[in-house]
Design a protein around this ligand. Structure first.
Ligand code: UDP
Length: 388
């Protein structure tokens, strides 16, 4: 009855399912273990009527016209007029993040900053993006000092909270997501499009999945319906010959038989305040030198909602994912050891015809939403290509 089974209704699963259903004319079954679609992008109104992101702040940002156009079929956007702007609270002073030339002037004062700006531009070029771990390698004592300031005041404590490790102990790809900017650009991302779906992520997913060839079953664990054998996949006990696209945690599909893949998880502490505004001045404030949480998000500024009664904020407390019931694996911990373990699991699926791994969890990668949508579109293309 079904041509294709997709495990997971997050961005990866929803986009690949839509493409295969619509362009590939397949009957697609999506099995989603949660009781809602949208994966970690899921948003909903809280009991006070404030639109919140249940799994932490999600901001869509992209330079990829194809992805932007594609998703625009399913939603209008609330694009941030000034882009997404984040500050760090450093001992009460709010400084723009990523650290940029504006931050430099705030921290060092006009006169000293002018001289340092010249040095930075001479060393890296105007408009360049320098990962902190690169900046730290500079031989110039002045640049060294800037690097040390940024390392200590922006990266060290935040990274310790987020990953339980120092910046030099984690993959440079991770801290490289927030490079030092040799520019006056206060935006957190440098992408052309930055915002959220105008009416929320969940309605965008509802439209993505609203297709006659797509059936979504919620509250279904993949392992209850699928059996992976070296010779192929069984669905409800019978051999399944169509494609299976798996977007969940790969170790859990195999009962963690080689041991658990390490992930970081988050505990979200939501708070509703009976006041118009939390008055942090930004949708997101990072706490880079103090507190046990990494950041505070005030949702009305993230979502653009203007009819809130009161305001809702969320604090994020990272911790090591243990696999206990109710915990969610949010971030793969990228390093050689973990990637080798991941490869062992991937090996179990390598010979399975028509079995594909897609997404942050299934690929054990740190994807942004736009990259994920692009990978899903590409995979659908590759699958359809096979038939031609
Ligand atoms: N980071 C940091 N201080 C900041 C912002 C980011 O140390 O103020 C580091 C931290 O290690 C974090 C990484 O940069 O995990 C990537 O940050 P990003 O904001 O991209 O993380 P996400 O929003 O995906 O959680």
């Amino acid at each position: 009855m079904y041509n294709t089974i997709v495990i997971g209704a997050g961005i990866a699963g929803a986009v690949v399912a839509r493409q295969l259903a619509e362009k590939g004319d397949r009957r697609v079954l999506i099995l989603e273990q949660r009781d809602h679609i949208g994966g970690n992008c899921y948003d909903k109104k809280d009991t006070y009527g404030v639109l919140i992101h249940e799994y932490g702040p999600h901001i869509f940002h992209t330079n990829d016209e194809v992805v932007y156009e594609y998703l625009s079929r399913f939603t209008d956007w609330y694009l941030y007029p000034q882009g997404h702007q984040v500050v760090a609270n450093v001992d009460g002073q709010l400084i723009p993040i990523p650290f940029n030339l504006n931050t430099l002037y705030l921290v060092y004062g006009e006169e000293k900053a002018k001289e340092l700006e010249r040095k930075l531009i001479a060393a890296y070029g105007e408009g360049s993006r320098v990962p902190i771990m690169e900046l730290k390698k500079s031989d110039d004592p002045d640049i060294q000092k800037i690097a040390q300031y940024v390392y200590e005041n922006v990266f060290l404590r935040y990274t310790m909270k987020q990953w339980g490790q120092k910046p030099e102990e984690i993959s440079p790809e991770v801290t490289g997501r927030v490079p030092v900017l040799i520019s006056r650009d206060n935006r957190y991302f440098q992408d052309r499009y930055q915002g959220v779906p105008l009416h929320g992520f969940t309605p965008m997913f509802e439209r993505l999945l609203d297709h006659e060839n797509i059936e979504v079953q919620l509250g279904v664990k993949a392992s209850e319906r699928l059996t992976i054998r070296s010779e192929g996949v069984l669905f409800d006990g019978a051999p399944f010959v169509g494609e299976v696209i798996f977007t969940g945690a790969l170790d859990e599909l195999f009962d963690c038989r080689f041991g658990r893949l390490p992930y970081r998880s988050l505990r979200f502490e939501f708070e509703h305040l009976d006041q118009k505004d939390f008055q942090q001045g930004h949708s997101v404030v990072n706490y880079t030198v103090s507190e046990d949480f990494t950041r505070i998000t005030e949702f009305q500024y993230l979502t653009g909602q203007t009819d809130c009664d009161g305001t809702t904020i969320v604090r994020e407390y990272p911790f090591a994912y243990s696999g206990a019931a109710g915990e969610i694996p949010y971030y793969a911990i990228l390093n050689a050891e973990n990637e080798a373990l991941y490869e062992k699991y991937r090996g179990l699926t390598a010979g399975l015809p028509g079995f594909y791994l897609l997404g942050r969890l299934a690929e054990y990668k740190y994807y942004n939403m736009d990259a994920m949508a692009r990978k899903a579109l590409d995979l659908a293309e590759r699958i359809m290509e096979k038939e031609r």
